[in-house]
Design a protein around this ligand. Structure first.
Ligand SMILES: C[S@@+](CC[C@H](N)C(=O)[O-])C[C@H]1O[C@@H](n2cnc3c(N)ncnc32)[C@H](O)[C@@H]1O
Length: 237
């Protein structure tokens, strides 16, 4: 489904996917009303930043290294990373508002202060990330888009990888987790073409999770359904 985003505060692009699911709980509506604006990494949307000025990440995070999580789902991995790495600032993007509301609840519970939320499409966020500003990026279980005619919507295409490469610092780590064999294939072709080096030396490097990993909701579902996770680590050249 294509959803028009032309309302105040909305990002710039049309998004293929769900933006709002079944009813939010009243507490979640309150988190969105109260917390989203203070947790914004900067001006979001066509109405407040039509010229797409770059974000001032030093002002937002006080000069800390900045990491990025793309499509954080319910936000459990992001909150875990924020708790484990208080010296880092993390920006997460997620267009699905129910997921954003879940993350905001977890941020309240955990009391972390080093997270910022972009409630929209990663492409719109990458448009306003300064060059070389991201020290680590996570793409965890991106939407598989299984039909061949939809493969161009996958994250691992030039449209996303070029701006991601530009926004990442030289040598920065890019982690991709997926349970879809054809997604592994496309990732191992397209990500190196976009200027990233796959770091794997032996099978354990893609079969075993990262030492600081926290399994996500999507991964738990994949495991229950018998699919096999792959953990791919790249360095930006
Ligand atoms: C399969 S879910 C995985 C969620 C989470 N990472 C996990 O592992 O549980 C993929 C997520 O990516 C989000 N997503 C899809 N396209 C996106 C885009 N262009 N920018 C940011 N997030 C996106 C979806 O809304 C969805 O929440």
């Amino acid at each position: 489904m294509t959803t028009s985003n032309k309302h105040p505060g909305a990002p710039w692009r049309n998004f293929y996917g769900r933006i709002r699911g079944k009813g939010l709980r009243p507490a979640q509506e309150r988190y969105l009303d109260e917390d989203l604006e203070p947790l914004s990494p900067g001006p979001v949307g066509w109405d407040v930043n039509p010229d797409r000025h770059p974000l001032d990440l030093d002002a937002t995070f006080g000069g800390k290294a900045v990491w990025l999580e793309i499509g954080f789902g319910g936000g459990e991995h992001m909150v875990h990373q924020a708790q484990s790495n208080p010296g880092v600032g993390i920006i997460g993007c997620e267009p699905y508002m129910n997921g954003v509301a879940m993350l905001l609840g977890k941020i309240r519970d955990a009391g972390v202060t080093n997270l910022r939320v972009w409630p929209g499409d990663a492409r719109d966020l990458m448009d306003v990330l300064p060059d070389g500003s991201i020290g680590k990026a996570f793409l965890l279980y991106p939407d598989p888009w299984p039909k061949k005619k939809h493969h161009r919507r996958r994250f691992v295409t030039d449209e996303h990888l070029e701006p991601l490469h530009r926004a990442m610092a030289s040598g920065a780590e890019f982690r991709v987790a997926t349970d879809i064999p054809d997604y592994v294939r496309q990732t191992l072709i397209e990500v190196p073409k976009a200027g990233f080096e796959w770091t794997a030396q032996r099978p354990a490097d893609w079969r075993e999770a990262w030492p600081d990993w926290l399994s996500t909701r999507y991964e738990q579902k994949a495991l229950r359904e018998g699919r096999v996770p792959h953990y791919l680590t790249f360095h930006r050249r």
